[in-house]
Design a protein around this ligand. Structure first.
Ligand SMILES: [Zn+2]
Length: 352
């Protein structure tokens, strides 16, 4: 073999190698270091870079279906003491056969591991920020801001649609409901409405109040919508419990949205008689002290009806809290601490 022939073969081999690598690359879906090829499920950790001695990991699973289709991100544990969605996503991973899946699932098992580990309500124990108020995050910010940035880049950035799965935090007695965030475009509103109905929870809040500032989008679901990715925020579960019924609401809701997107076989089971809530208000405490609820989650209250009372640490009555309008108690704090500026309950008005 003459020398030029040999180098020709060498070049050809390199080209074939590069081509094969590119083909594998095209088949592969990566969320940070977690990479799955078609027909595979891979779990691993998404690192949040260290700063000031603080870093964390975000446990994720990528299920890359054998067939092409949408990329759906399901996020649990944005608040670390909200357990039913967390349970639901581990179960979902075990139920989904990648060979029968069209598209890709990104499962964020516990978005806020510091809060989960330290069992904190609302806040990250290291910077006392609420992860679901600091999106899209900041790579040079505090731990929560860096976590939000990683989630924005690796999860929001790589999905076609997203469900941010919450429930009542460890202090919140809450009935299941879904936030349908709308107001971007008609097409987006139609898509998110379909997702909200497909998730299957009958109470749906028509939520037009989210910020439209992409640099200060605050909420994970809103961050996705402002980047053109249809998203809903769901709430099912309460008071730090892991009730089977709530785990199943989360699991079946997610699967129903997957059916809507034709990622798995079957038709979505949509909410039969949706109850639309066209106005809602979160009532915050004005005082530090103890909260004494007078009504239960899911109660109907009249305008001005007393919903609960706040007493100071010496037991003195500070305020009796009233319903701002007639409606449904979507959630109410179910443990004693009341802190100035923090929620006590949420009232929703049912659309006539
Ligand atoms: Zn939450």
């Amino acid at each position: 073999m003459i020398r030029s022939q040999r180098s020709c073969i060498l070049v050809l081999a390199v080209l074939i190698g590069l081509g094969l690598a590119a083909a594998v690359e095209a088949q592969e879906f990566a969320v940070g270091p977690v990479k799955a090829r078609r027909g595979n499920t891979e779990s691993g950790y998404l690192p949040v870079p260290e700063k000031d001695g603080l870093s964390t990991l975000i446990p994720v699973t990528v299920i890359r279906g054998s067939n092409p289709g949408k990329v759906l991100a399901l996020v649990a544990g944005t608040h670390g003491a909200e357990y039913p969605p967390i349970h639901a996503l581990y179960r979902l991973r075990d139920r989904i056969d990648p060979f029968r899946l069209s598209g890709t699932l990104i499962l964020v098992h516990i978005a806020n591991l510091p809060s989960f580990q330290k069992r904190t309500v609302y806040f990250n124990p290291f910077d006392f920020k609420n992860l679901n108020r600091v999106f899209p995050g900041d790579p040079n910010g505090t731990l929560s801001q860096r976590m939000a940035h990683v989630l924005t880049e690796e999860v929001v950035g790589k999905c076609d649609a997203l469900i941010d799965m919450h429930c009542g935090d460890a202090n919140e007695a809450l009935i299941p409901y879904t936030y349908w965030m709308l107001g971007e475009t008609k097409t987006m509103d139609d898509q998110t409405r379909e997702m909200a109905l497909a998730f299957g929870i009958p109470h749906i809040i028509i939520d037009t109040g989210r910020t439209k500032d992409i640099r200060d989008s605050k909420y994970l679901g809103n961050t996705a919508i402002l980047r053109g990715k249809p998203a809903i925020t769901t709430e099912a579960g309460y008071l730090g419990r892991s009730d089977e019924a709530d785990i199943l609401k989360n699991l079946y809701g997610a699967e129903s949205v997957m059916r809507l997107f034709k990622m798995i076989d079957g038709t979505p089971v949509t909410a039969k008689d949706p109850v639309w809530i066209d106005k809602y208000e979160v009532v915050n405490s004005r005082f530090d002290g103890l909260f004494y609820p007078r009504v239960k989650m899911g109660a109907m209250v009249g305008e001005g009806e007393i919903v609960g009372a706040v007493r100071d640490y010496l037991g003195n009555l500070k305020e009796e809290m009233k319903a701002p309008f007639a409606g449904l108690i979507l959630y109410i704090i179910g443990t004693p601490p009341a802190n100035a500026g923090e929620p006590l309950y949420e009232v929703g008005r049912i659309k006539k």
